[in-house]
Design a protein around this ligand. Sequence first.
Ligand code: N01
Length: 555
Amino acid sequence: MTAATQNAQSGVHPASPERYDVVVVGAGFAGLYALYWFREKLGLRVRVLEKGGDVGGTWYWNRYPGARCDSESVYYCFSDHMPPEILQEWTWSERYARQPEILAYLRWVADKLDLRRDIDLNTAVTAAHYDENANVWRIATANGRIVEAPYFVTAVGCLHAAHLPQFEGLERFQGRWYHTADWPEEGVDFTGRRVGVIGTGATAVQVIPEVAGVAEHVYVFQRTPNHCIPGRNRRLTPEEIAEIKRNYPKIWQKMRQNRGGFPFDPATRSALETPPEERRQVYERAWEKGGLAFTQECFNDLGLNEEANRTAVEFFAEKIREIVRDPNVADLLTPKYPFGTKRPPLEHGYYETFNRPNVTLVDVRTSPIVRITPRGIETADREYELDDIVFATGFDAMTGALFAIDIRGRGGVSLKEYWAEGPRTYLGLTTHGFPNMFIITGPQSPSVLTNMVVSIEQHVEWIGACIEYMREHGYDVIEATAEAEQSWVDHHNQVASMTLLLKTDSWWVGANIPGKQRLVYPYVGGLDVYRAFCDNVAATGYQGFRLQSRAAAHA
Ligand code: N01
């Protein structure tokens, strides 16, 4: 079957397509940066196709109460690689910006850099097929457009495809229900209502205190507790903003060299080799400071050694017992698995919320949800009557949003088929059999284990340099070799196996989605190490890739 026949059969018709140099899917941080970089630095004709009604990506969809960023706002924004006014003119109000502020920022950037003229909103991409003969990606949208470009870049977000567990009876529920990842734009008033929240991940930890403040009663349906670190949010002062703005070039340099893309000072001492009293002080200081620095700045063996890790687990257990008055509730809220093997949420009054008389913790690990009834939620031992249900049940992360598009490479092979046993990538950026397709913050890249904006910029800049190199050298087809891909997959798995991540069920290992391959999805070797790999590949003429000019490809 020819590519054209396949395209015709699957709805990607080549009739009068629009043509660009690059098509980017998604207009969140990644899509906006890609558009800026490819258009302004490389002079390419770029089209960004975005499903949402505005730019923003994650920050457009996730508008649930309490949504804010767990990375500090002054570091969770575009860097000094953007025009200087982007860093200098925008001023963040709080240590962790709320969703409306981040969305306002992204809108502002889009306007300031005149990005909107190359973005189509309300344009969901349904299919992207590579046509080998023409060396183009042919992209179909839900509203019937066909767009073509030799380069196809996905900027679809790691956490976009919402996971709604298939509970029996939801369609008969007589109250209102919402998923946090697709929240009504007009907001939801929970005043005086009985609300059930399913899930206790980073999202739920933000939602629950907010809803508890207004609802008549909140029932929290918890399957697994998390190690929640105090965020210690506060307003930023004009003095500290000025100081940060002055130092941005140095700060960014530091973040680019940090394993997580943060301006942290990674610990150099071992928890086990530190005397207990001193160890406690280290944890206390990190707890007081608040924020994700806890994960890097305490000890260097927490991610690798279970005995070392237990010291952190014990510290959290003590803290939770100190805050939560009911010892049974405190015990239920205390994780028993290694710290850092699930994403630790930042909390703003989360544990205190369980001291409120209008909040009940329901342990669905021992008494699982059996069904949704017309009146509420039925667990193995009773029914909870509810007016509203909030599903804070997460995402089909890293692959879900990619598989939602019918992506097909050489020979009509679909990405979903090719990755049936788990993602296969070279550098998390490309995959064999899918020439000229680049995945921003894809599986097997550091992505969700880092400050996303730093990872996004690294990816976009690497892709930009690659396209430039190809143009300079007369190439127009680039494809990861099967061997290079295999060696990256092996390296990725080998580094992952040195950590404790596979010991715990988490979305990082795909365990939250029934039937999903259980393996580590993000690259755990660190953004600093990863960056060096990518730089080296570029410096050696794109080792591990087959580069061709179209004439040669046809020969
Ligand atoms: O999703 P999650 P999330 N029955 O998958 C539970 C990022 N984020 O949206 O742990 C009962 O972590 C599930 O239970 P369990 C951040 O990277 C960033 O909270 O699987 N419960 C879990 O408690 C984060 O990690 C920010 O046992 C069920 C919850 O639902 C990622 O997004 C803010 C269930 C899902 O937790 C995802 O967080 C917020 C079932 N059938 C989030 N199915 C920022 O700061 C699932 N659960 C940028």
